[in-house]
Design a protein around this ligand. Structure first.
Ligand code: COA
Length: 273
């Protein structure tokens, strides 16, 4: 039984939460291990189509646990430090390439190391009231664990530099304006908005969704020609997993004229296999 991670599955959505509200959901080695176990448990379940990640209480996550992740592992020397880094980075990496679409539902504080799972989620929605910050500079380190890279990827050079050098927080609205999240809405409406987006994703062909989310991450670092080539090959590989879905999508549009792909998804319930 996980003590620092909670989850429930309802209507094909897995709601996974950081569950250390008294410690503002900061990430300890125990939490990192438990999160990886939950990732394993949920990834290929047939009753899970979308995964939402949120936090209990007032925080999404206050980043790495300064006591248990930093001080206590540093006391063990390099073996302790590298070991705890491996555990954290392992589940963020797993989440980046997760089989199912993932949505970050940022309900409150989001600091430093929490940018790892934030970036790992395909989509992100924040409460207007949430606060984001690269607080590392405030206690004397640089934003590690990928956080510096993530800030530059998502917000651009000037904003990332300001964010990292001043350690000032920004609210959910500013985070949306800067590109850290897709949208920000009042906290009271956050779950409803995320639910709506999850329901849209549940309508889509799951093989196409996985191929699409991986493609968006991969092509960012490719030249145009390499991306063009990768996309051809990725689609051909996806076809071998799900040839019928694509054919049914074409059939319902071209032969049946029952939907318009420009406006909605085909009816997957009528797909034969
Ligand atoms: N590491 C370790 N403990 C943390 C923590 C962290 N990152 N963030 C919060 N906590 C602990 C506090 O030590 C406190 O523990 P205690 O009750 O045993 O004293 C408890 O969580 C509640 O924190 P508190 O500071 O009282 O909550 P708050 O709501 O007033 O403030 C924050 C919330 C997030 C602004 C504040 O806790 C904070 O600045 N946390 C550190 C953020 C940070 O720099 N993270 C590291 C990024 S790598």
């Amino acid at each position: 039984m996980a003590e620092t991670v909670g989850y429930e599955v309802a209507n094909r959505i897995a709601w996974v939460s950081f569950a250390r509200p008294a410690k503002r959901n900061c990430m300890s080695p125990e939490l990192n291990r438990e999160m990886l176990a939950v990732i394993d448990a949920l990834e290929f379940r047939d009753d899970v189509g979308v995964r939402v990640r949120t936090g209990e209480g007032s925080a999404w996550s206050a980043g790495m646990d300064l006591k248990e992740y930093f001080r206590e592992t540093e006391a063990l020397g390099l073996v302790g430090v590298r070991g705890s880094q491996r555990e954290a980075y392992a589940w963020w990496r797993r989440l980046r390439w997760y089989q199912k679409p993932t949505i970050a539902m940022v309900n409150g504080w989001c600091f430093g190391g929490a940018y790892g799972p934030l970036w790992a989620c395909d989509l992100a929605f924040a409460a207007d009231e949430a606060q984001f910050g690269l607080s590392e500079i405030n206690w004397g380190i640089l934003p590690g664990g990928g956080a510096t890279k993530i800030a530059t990827e998502l917000t651009g050079f000037r904003r990332a530099m300001y964010h990292a050098m001043t350690g000032e927080t920004i609210d959910g609205r500013t985070a949306a304006e800067w590109g850290l999240v897709n949208e920000s809405v009042p906290l009271a409406q956050l779950r409803e908005r995320v639910l709506k987006v999850a329901e849209v994703l549940l309508q889509k062909n799951p093989v196409a969704l996985k191929a699409t989310k991986d493609a968006v991450r991969r092509v960012r670092e490719m030249s145009f020609d390499n991306a063009e080539d990768y996309l051809i090959r990725a689609q051909e590989a996806a076809n071998s997993f799900d040839n019928e879905g694509r054919k049914e999508g074409i059939r319902q549009f071209i032969d049946e004229k029952s939907y318009k792909p420009g406006l909605s998804a085909y009816d997957r319930t009528r797909q034969k296999s």
